[in-house]
Design a protein around this ligand. Structure first.
Ligand SMILES: Cc1cc2nc3c(=O)[nH]c(=O)nc-3n(C[C@H](O)[C@H](O)[C@H](O)COP(=O)(O)OP(=O)(O)OC[C@H]3O[C@@H](n4cnc5c(N)ncnc54)[C@H](O)[C@@H]3O)c2cc1C
Length: 307
């Protein structure tokens, strides 16, 4: 990897001086408020993205694309190479019952745009604190809805080309998609919604927000549900049955309000979270025989056997 002054200067020329930062603390860009420094943090306009990637690839500098950092645990030792944020890729357009949004648009804003146009189908997503691209990548879902139900096509950057991928080619599964299997960057995506009544859409969004508020520790930094839902069970219930509600390692604790969440009680490190995850998995396996699997994505330099 050759992150020389010359490369940094060229990146600044392409993406703009203010959009290229060195040694950027990732804890500023994750909802967990955890994470060491990315060697270089770039927020290019969508039109400059391919040129930035071409240069990084030519210089053999690895890169990761991130959205709102709401499903990420970043290593305390930071991230090798570049982090490219989709922040600012946020155009949204509506034509009839078809809504198209760029990857960096916040999902809540996309859902509110659907509401403004009296389009139903995205109510489930209004309270998910991620970007639209992150939601497509994760096939985010809640309260019976999933991105896979509404996505009809996704525009990606892959192997130096911009390509259109149809909904079925996305191979969506539970919190998974084809985009997780290769270096795809989601640029924008299109959804087919259905005509609805504004009052009903707003009422559904309000009710789901109330349920979230009641059940989830939204006042503390977290990355949402840490574990995938094991078939036939709820991760939170298994964790609670294993006696782990409130269990704490360093600054990280199993939430008192929702045992499926790990919260940062102040000053938590990625190591604290990883150790807590390992302890929870072990205890739950011992208690119920179920093997929990992480939903959150761990990125950055290796710091122990978990990542
Ligand atoms: C309080 C709270 C509640 C939550 N509730 C839910 C919920 O109900 N349902 C649910 O599914 N999730 C939930 N989450 C998790 C999270 O919000 C979702 O997974 C969300 O979709 C992640 O989007 P993001 O933009 O934050 O992605 P990030 O965390 O930034 O990234 C997640 C992954 O997506 C990749 N990625 C992001 N954008 C792109 C792109 N444009 N192209 C290619 N790859 C990309 C990243 O590389 C990374 O691997 C919750 C999180 C919190 C903190």
């Amino acid at each position: 990897m050759k992150l020389t002054d010359q490369v940094v200067a060229t990146l600044r020329k392409i993406a703009g001086e203010e959009n290229v930062r060195l040694s950027e603390p990732m804890k500023l860009h994750t909802t967990f408020k955890i994470g060491g420094n990315a060697d270089i943090y770039i927020t290019p306009d969508l039109k400059h993205f391919p040129e930035v990637v071409r240069l990084l690839s030519k210089e053999q500098i690895p890169y990761q694309v991130v959205g709102n950092g709401s499903n990420l645990l970043v290593s305390d030792y930071g991230i090798d190479g570049a982090v490219i944020s989709t922040h600012g890729w946020d155009d949204i357009s509506v034509e009839g019952d078809v809504l198209r949004a760029q990857a960096g648009a916040m999902l809540s804003r996309v859902a509110n745009t659907a509401l403004e146009h009296e389009l139903a189908g995205l109510e489930f997503a209004a309270g998910i604190p991620g970007s639209f691209g992150g939601a497509v990548y994760m096939n985010a879902g809640a309260y019976g809805g999933e991105m896979k139900d509404i996505i009809t096509s996704v525009t990606v950057y892959h192997n130096r080309e911009v390509k259109e991928i149809s909904g079925s080619e996305c191979r969506f599964g539970y919190r998974s998609s084809v985009f997780q299997k290769d270096a795809y960057t989601i640029l924008n995506a299109t959804m087919k919604l259905r005509k609805g009544a504004a009052e009903q859409i707003a009422a559904a969004m309000k009710e789901l927000a109330r349920r979230r508020q009641e059940k989830q520790p939204l006042d503390m930094p977290s990355a949402g549900s840490v574990f995938k839902r094991p078939e036939g069970y709820y991760a939170g219930a298994l964790i609670e049955q294993a006696g782990l509600k409130g269990f704490q390692i360093g600054g990280a604790a199993v939430s008192e309000k929702h045992s499926g969440f790990i919260v940062n009680c102040g000053g938590a490190t990625a190591r604290d979270v990883m150790e807590l995850i390992a302890a929870v998995k072990e205890k739950v396996k011992e208690n119920s025989g179920v093997e929990l699997q992480e939903e959150i994505r761990m990125i950055g330099r290796r710091q122990n056997s978990i990542n």
